[in-house]
Design a protein around this ligand. Structure first.
Ligand SMILES: Nc1nc2c(c(=O)[nH]1)N[C@@H](CNc1ccc(C(=O)N[C@@H](CCC(=O)N[C@@H](CCC(=O)N[C@@H](CCC(=O)O)C(=O)O)C(=O)O)C(=O)O)cc1)CN2
Ligand SMILES: [Zn+2]
Length: 759
């Protein structure tokens, strides 16, 4: 008998109930008890949805982030919050979100650093450690949820992050190696496992996704040390790996002295047979056969074709699961009211993926004939997608085939272009600009919602957005910025907005996925060959330009970022989809140029994070990603100035690729790192212009003129002043006008001071 189980379930709720509860609580509009009651109700709903499983994950629910939860479980709070007064939930949210000086009672403290969870668009709070860090167990959260689950009558399997992955994700504040803390950490894990055993847990899922990355010998040894130390515990451990292949870690993973191993059979299909061979006969193999990273229906018949021989070999030792936690997919396809019927048939969200798992389990345990109808239906859906004329567009395919290197090359070298651009744009030294978005006020969001619900007309909606754009332009003129933006009021999200307008894309109503904390994204669904029926941004940009004599920067999202933040096709390589996007956005660039827009920014916020988890695959990715950007951007005249923006600045390993993009100006996030991140641009003699951010937009704090001047002077020690721009770290959409105006006033004042000091 193969068992079926799940690694984790989305916690935001089918209608984002958790988001609204969190935000109401943070605004002081609801009590702690109300927030906790919503959370409890959501967990119950989630367990109901997973009732058919043999093992249900517990402890995967989080009020903010599962890594932060683990830090609290291990008693690893940053020193700066440890002694502050308030409830446990208070300190939890303090680490998660920081607390600013203007909150009542103060206790102000900066938030923990946030970074990407492997190659997903989910962000976790980075655990902070030093050589002095010591741990202590606080199992309350897990014990409470375990008891709740037992009461709800589900077979509960607690889920925790494993000790090696926990340390690997940690950042040492004193430059030490977090791995050195392993000996102090392991007794706490032992204690935790014993505590869970006492509470009735039979299995514990212990996530070690770092096993799919390149590990040096110390980290590999860390695995051996850790699991030998934990083997004496009474619970059975299922070590879970996901997001990739094990490769050189395969033997290590198979030999760990634990009761079971979960592997990602979507990205790591090729290794399953080998893992099944290597695992000794006392161990369970959990095969992650259903893709937890996308929204396509699984081809169940094809899956059974390769799974059945494995099942035969393993018998009772086989478990079936999604490839990874379902955190990365939306909750329920059944919520959708407007999805095209063809496309709906091709999709599976979290609930539907669990249905697929159940069918697979039955087919394996009782024979395919017992689920013949379901398998036939599934086959129909798979065939319909494969053969759909809506997926395939021969014109697009041939356009991609005809791409030549020349398409991605500017007419002249940067040194020649820049002179023409300067005389054309007439910009001062240290020109000032912003990254694109201005605050997305509740008012804007309400208007868009009303428009979507057809409560207001398209005309009224457009009038409202135009008024917002005019407001943003007037404010920027008052501020004295040099290159203006229209403010992106009309965009729900920088990726979804383009997805909605491109052919080959579908979008959902409720397909939300958590990005961080209460913030969610609704990745559009790239299902077919991509083309652009008509201009997407030109009218808005032209309108904005009509309001001012200052240069108006056209604002686009680049192909790599659109790709990385969408649900994409699994029937062709990502590189193909990316090139198709590149050709479509290139058309938009050229239409903007033809409409008289002289400065065009193409955001590639997700280019760096899209790097594969293994370094050995980086170059291939960078080759097609950078080529896609070049195709998008570089078909313009010398006089047209191309900007790009990336929100992260650790470019050490990829500076060559960044330079090869050949954007005239790149704006990056640097304010928090004190400009040290520019070192690599200096060392590499990066040739083009750079706008290192001087305003940390993630914080409500308002930068002073002096701070901005100081940061820019540091920048000028590394990059010649003639090539520097003055701008914030990123877009301002999550901030409020009351913060943005004084911050930008100080930024512009700083630029004036810098100019005065330069002559
Ligand atoms: N795709 C993507 N990934 C990204 C980023 C990004 O900007 N986009 N930025 C980085 C950080 N991640 C972020 C992710 C989300 C948000 C964010 O602000 N999300 C918003 C939703 C944005 C959105 O799509 N808004 C829609 C829908 C708004 C909405 O929720 N409307 C309510 C009603 C609104 C009201 O009455 O106030 C409803 O439909 O019920 C719109 O503007 O139209 C949120 O969670 O609140 C910010 C940063 C990395 N990854
Ligand atoms: Zn950004």
């Amino acid at each position: 008998m193969a068992l079926i189980h799940n690694l984790g379930f989305p916690r935001i709720g089918a209608k984002r109930e958790l988001k609204f509860a969190q935000e109401a609580f943070w605004k002081g509009q609801s009590t702690e008890a109300e927030l906790l009651a919503t959370a409890k109700a959501l967990r119950e709903v989630n367990w109901q949805a997973q009732q058919s499983l043999d093992w249900v994950p517990v402890g995967d629910f989080s009020l903010y982030d599962q890594v932060l939860d683990m830090s609290f479980t291990l008693g690893n709070l940053p020193v700066r919050v440890a002694d502050l007064e308030g409830s446990a939930l208070d300190s939890y949210f303090r680490v998660a979100r920081g607390r600013s000086a203007n909150d009542s009672g103060c206790n102000c403290v900066h938030a923990g650093e946030m970074t990407k969870w492997f190659d997903t668009n989910y962000h976790y709070i980075v655990p902070e450690v030093t050589t002095k860090t010591r741990f202590s167990l606080n199992a309350d959260r897990l014990l409470e949820q375990l008891a709740e689950a037992q009461q709800a009558g589900v077979k509960a399997k607690p889920v925790i992050i494993g000790p090696v992955t926990y340390l690997w994700l940690s950042k040492a504040k004193d430059q030490s190696n977090p791995l050195e803390l392993l000996e102090h950490l392991l007794p706490i894990y032992s204690e935790l496992l014993e505590t869970l055993a006492d509470a009735g847990a039979e299995w514990v899922q212990i996530d070690e996704p770092v096993l799919v990355t390149e590990l040096d010998s110390h980290w590999r040894h860390g695995f051996e040390t850790a699991y030998h130390a934990l083997k004496a515990n009474r619970v059975k451990l299922l070590v879970a790996t996901y997001f990739g292949t094990l490769r050189e870690n395969l033997q290590l993973a198979c030999n760990l002295p634990v009761a079971g191993l979960h592997v990602d059979a979507v990205r790591g299909r090729s290794e399953i047979a080998q893992v099944a061979d290597w695992l000794t006969t006392n161990k369970v193999l959990s095969v992650g056969a259903i893709n937890g990273r996308n929204i396509w229906k699984t081809d169940l018949n094809a899956t059974l074709d390769w799974l059945e021989p494995i099942a035969q070999k393993l018998g009772d030792r086989l478990w079936l699961a999604p490839s990874c936690s379902l955190l990365h997919v939306p909750v329920d396809l059944d919520s959708e009211e407007n999805l095209d019927t063809d496309i709906r048939r091709w999709l599976a969200f979290a609930n539907q993926k669990l249905d697929e798992l159940e069918i697979l389990g039955k087919a394996i345990n009782n024979g395919r004939h017992t689920v013949a109808k379901q398998l036939a239906d599934n086959q129909d859906a798979i065939d319909s997608r494969r053969n759909s004329v809506r997926v395939h567009n021969p014109l697009v395919k041939s356009a991609v085939e005809n791409i030549t290197e020349a398409l991605g090359r500017r007419k002249s070298h940067y040194a020649e272009r820049i002179g023409k651009q300067r005389s054309h744009l007439n910009l001062p030294l240290y020109p000032t600009t912003t990254i694109g978005s201005f605050p997305q006020t509740p008012d804007i969001r309400k208007a868009r919602l009303a428009f979507k619900k057809q409560e207001i007309s398209a005309q009224d909606y457009h009038a409202k957005m135009k008024a917002e754009i005019e407001h943003a332009v007037r404010e920027q003129e008052k501020l004295g910025l040099d290159v203006l933006v229209h403010g992106e009021a009309e965009r729900n999200d920088m990726v979804e907005y383009f997805g909605e307008q491109l052919q080959g894309y579908a979008f959902s109503q409720y397909g939300w996925v958590q990005s961080y904390g209460s913030r969610c994204v609704k990745p559009p669904i790239l299902f077919g060959d991509i083309s652009r029926p008509e201009a997407m941004t030109v009218a808005w940009t032209q309108y904005a330009q009509s309001l001012t004599d200052k240069p108006m920067k056209g604002m686009l999202t680049g192909p790599v970022t659109i790709l990385n933040w969408s649900f994409v096709r699994d029937d062709q390589p990502r590189s193909q989809s990316c090139l198709q996007l590149a050709l479509a956005i290139r058309e938009e660039v050229q239409d903007l140029e033809a409409a008289g827009v002289n400065v065009i920014q193409i955001d590639e916020a997700a280019l760096r994070e899209g790097l594969p988890l293994r370094k050995s695959e980086w170059q291939t990715y960078l080759d097609w990603a950078v080529e896609s950007f070049r195709i998008t951007a570089n078909g313009v005249q010398d006089e047209t100035q191309i900007h790009t923006h990336m929100c992260y600045s650790e470019f050490n390993d990829i500076i060559e690729a960044i330079a090869h993009m050949d954007a005239d100006v790149i704006t990056i996030e640097t304010s928090r790192s004190d400009m040290e991140l520019l070192d690599v641009f200096e060392a590499f003699h990066y040739p083009n212009e750079i706008g290192p951010g001087v305003y940390d937009i993630h914080s409500p704090n308002i930068p002073t003129e002096e701070q901005a001047v100081k940061l820019m002077n540091k920048a000028a020690e590394r990059i010649p002043a003639e090539r520097l721009w003055v701008n914030p770290d990123c877009g301002l959409k999550t901030r409020q006008w009351e913060e943005v105006i004084p911050a930008l006033q100080n930024m512009v004042a700083a630029a004036k001071t810098l100019r005065a000091n330069a002559v």
